[in-house]
Write a protein that binds this ligand. Structure first.
Ligand SMILES: N[C@@H](CCC(=O)N[C@@H](CS)C(=O)NCC(=O)O)C(=O)O
Length: 202
C-alpha cells in the first residue's frame, strides 16, 4: 500500500499523526500541490477530486477522506484505540470529531482559502466570506475553551482522533491568521499538550 501525501496539508497531517500514534509505517508518495501535481491527469485518475490524502491498497483499491483512511487503520491495528472503545465512547468521539471538522476545521480552512494570496488564482476567492469564517471560528474557539474547562481532551479524558482533527485545524489556523484568542486559556493549555506529543510533527 502507499499513502499519497501533501507535507504541508492539514488533512494528510491527520493521517500521518494517526499512523504515528499507532506506530504504523506506510510508504508515502509526496504530491506537490504548488506544482499542480494533484491536478495532473495521472493524479485525477487516482482521485478525481484532486485532494490529499489518498491511500492506495496493494490491489489498487483507492481510499480518500482522512477519517475513512484512519478508520481502516483502526480496524487493522486496534491499539492504541483512537475511535472509542465502548458504544458510548465511540459515539462521543464521533460527535466531537464531526464538531471539530464542521465547526472549526472547515471555517479555518475557508478563511485561509478565501483570504490568503497562496490561493489566488487556484481557487475563486470571496474575501468577505473568508473573514466571516474567521470570525465564526473565533466564536467556536471561545465555546470550545469553556468545554475544555471540564476535561483534558476534546472528547473526554484521553487522546482520540477528535484531538488529532482539532490539533491539525488549529495548526493551520495558527499559521494562516486564525490563532487561538489569548483569553482562551483552556484551549491554549490543550493545544500545548497535544502539540508536545512525540507524534505531533509526523
Ligand atoms: N475531506 C477531505 C479533504 C481533503 C483536502 O481538502 N485536502 C487538501 C489538503 S489539506 C487538498 O488536497 N487540497 C488540494 C486542493 O484543494 O487543490 C479529507 O478529509 O481527506
Amino acid at each position: 500500500m502507499k499513502l499519497y501525501n501533501l507535507g504541508a496539508g492539514m488533512n494528510p497531517r491527520r493521517v500521518r499523526i494517526f499512523l504515528a500514534e499507532k506506530g504504523v509505517e506506510v510508504p508515502m508518495v509526496e504530491v506537490d500541490m504548488m506544482k499542480g501535481e494533484n491536478r495532473t491527469p495521472e493524479f485525477l485518475a487516482i482521485n478525481p477530486m484532486g485532494t490529499l490524502p489518498v491511500l492506495e491498497l496493494d490491489d489498487g483499491t483507492i481510499l480518500t477522506e482522512s477519517v475513512a483512511i484512519c478508520r481502516y487503520f483502526e480496524e487493522l491495528h486496534p491499539e492504541p484505540n483512537l475511535f472509542g472503545s465502548t458504544a458510548l465512547e465511540r459515539a462521543q468521539v464521533e460527535m466531537w470529531n464531526r464538531r471539530m471538522e464542521f465547526e472549526l476545521m472547515f471555517p479555518m480552512a475557508m478563511a485561509f482559502r478565501h483570504t490568503h494570496e497562496m490561493w489566488a488564482g487556484r481557487n475563486p476567492q470571496v474575501p468577505d466570506f473568508g473573514q466571516l469564517c474567521r470570525e465564526n471560528a473565533g466564536g467556536r474557539m471561545r465555546w470550545l475553551d469553556k468545554e475544555l474547562a471540564e476535561r483534558e481532551f476534546i472528547a473526554g479524558d484521553r487522546y482520540t482522533i477528535a484531538d488529532i482533527t482539532a490539533q491539525c485545524g488549529f495548526l493551520l489556523g495558527k499559521n494562516t491568521g486564525t490563532p487561538i484568542p489569548e483569553e482562551c486559556g483552556n484551549l491554549i493549555r490543550w493545544f500545548k499538550s497535544v502539540a508536545s506529543r512525540p507524534t505531533a510533527r509526523a
